[in-house]
Design a protein around this ligand. Structure first.
Ligand code: GYE
Length: 335
């Protein structure tokens, strides 16, 4: 009788243990969707949906390569979409990623405004969002986990401060033309702002024309042609990226002027072609903006997926280059 009782309680204990193992297992599976937004697969692999701005510049190409290579290195499955500089394409891609139940969504917003609705959809689906390279102007900061990228105001400021120093002995007006990035983009808004604030230090420095060239070589060339036609005396060009500056070189040369001498050229990015133009004396100064954001992005994706808190803002480290510094740095330039 006692023996039977003991056997009974032993098998009861075994059943209890089995039940709790099952329960813990189920809880772990649920925990996945709490932190990571419910990836469809159970293999522990993180799936990231990434919506890229486009392929408008050397910077963007280097950024895309960095993201793809880093995803592979980190063992993250990457779904990648090129939005061809159109916000509606980015919104579509993000909605697709939500539908596919990816673990993390990352994107570089082509413009700053108009993201609240789609970001809310991602949040409601429990999918964490990481902003990379460019930010959004949403008032609700809980719509995304973090923003990884450069300080664009600072880049514009560094460009302007260099010019102020160069022109400190100027007695007459210094006529500046500005090639902006695509309208509404954070780097276009912020670089304009930083540059404008810095050159206010010298009232001789005046922006006489400022137009978007969409961060492309073709845009830079076309708008610079218009600037040259409409303005007799242009002393300085500030281009919001290397590619527009490179496009403008063609227009300047075609107008019979010597870039880097007749017109002082300042750009942002410091991609290889820009650095080459600087080393060759065609550009005069570049404020660096690093596109190599991939490794940090993948690291952040793993952290937010694991439910860890990450800093709300992570800034990229950058420098500036003169012609002499470009000559030195060029041989080891990675992008
Ligand atoms: O400067 C430009 C690119 O968002 C920082 O976008 C990026 C900018 C970069 O097209 O070349």
């Amino acid at each position: 009788m006692m023996g039977k009782m003991r056997m009974h309680s032993a098998s009861w204990r075994a059943a209890t243990v089995l039940a709790s193992v099952l329960l813990v297992g189920t809880m772990a599976a649920c925990g996945n969707s709490d932190t990571g937004g419910g990836g469809t697969k159970d293999d522990g692999k993180i799936t990231m949906g990434f919506s890229q701005v486009g392929a408008e510049s050397g910077w963007r190409t280097a950024n895309t390569t960095s993201i793809k290579e880093s995803a592979t290195a980190a063992g993250i499955e990457l779904k990648f979409d090129d939005a061809q500089q159109k916000q509606e394409n980015q919104i579509k891609a993000i909605r697709n990623y939500i539908q596919q139940k990816v673990d993390v969504i990352a994107f570089s917003p082509v413009v700053e405004s108009g993201w609240d609705t789609v970001l809310k959809e991602a949040k409601d689906a429990g999918i964490p969002v990481i902003l990379t390279d460019r930010s959004v102007d949403s008032a609700d900061k809980t719509l995304y986990k973090t923003f990884l990228g450069s300080d664009f105001v600072k880049e514009g400021k560094l460009a302007g401060e260099w010019l102020v120093e160069q022109k400190k002995t100027a007695t007459g007006p210094v006529n500046i033309v500005e090639l902006q990035g695509n309208t509404g983009a954070a780097p276009a808004n912020d670089r304009k702002k930083g540059f404008g604030e810095a050159i206010a230090a010298n009232p001789n420095l005046k922006i006489i024309a400022s137009q978007p060239g969409d961060f492309t070589r073709a845009g830079g060339k076309q708008v610079m042609e218009q600037f040259l036609k409409a303005n007799k005396q242009i002393d300085v060009l500030f281009a919001h990226n290397d590619d527009m500056g490179l496009g403008a070189l063609e227009a300047i040369t075609a107008a019979g002027k010597v870039p880097g001498k007749d017109i002082t050229i300042i750009t942002v990015d410091a991609v290889k072609d820009g650095m080459q133009a600087l080393a060759d004396g065609k550009f005069n100064f570049i404020a660096e903006c690093s596109p190599l954001l991939g490794p940090q992005l993948m690291d952040l994706a793993k952290k937010v997926h694991a439910g860890e808190t990450v800093p709300a803002r992570i800034e990229t480290e950058e420098t500036t280059f003169t012609q002499e510094q470009a000559k030195e740095a060029l041989p080891n330039r990675k992008y």
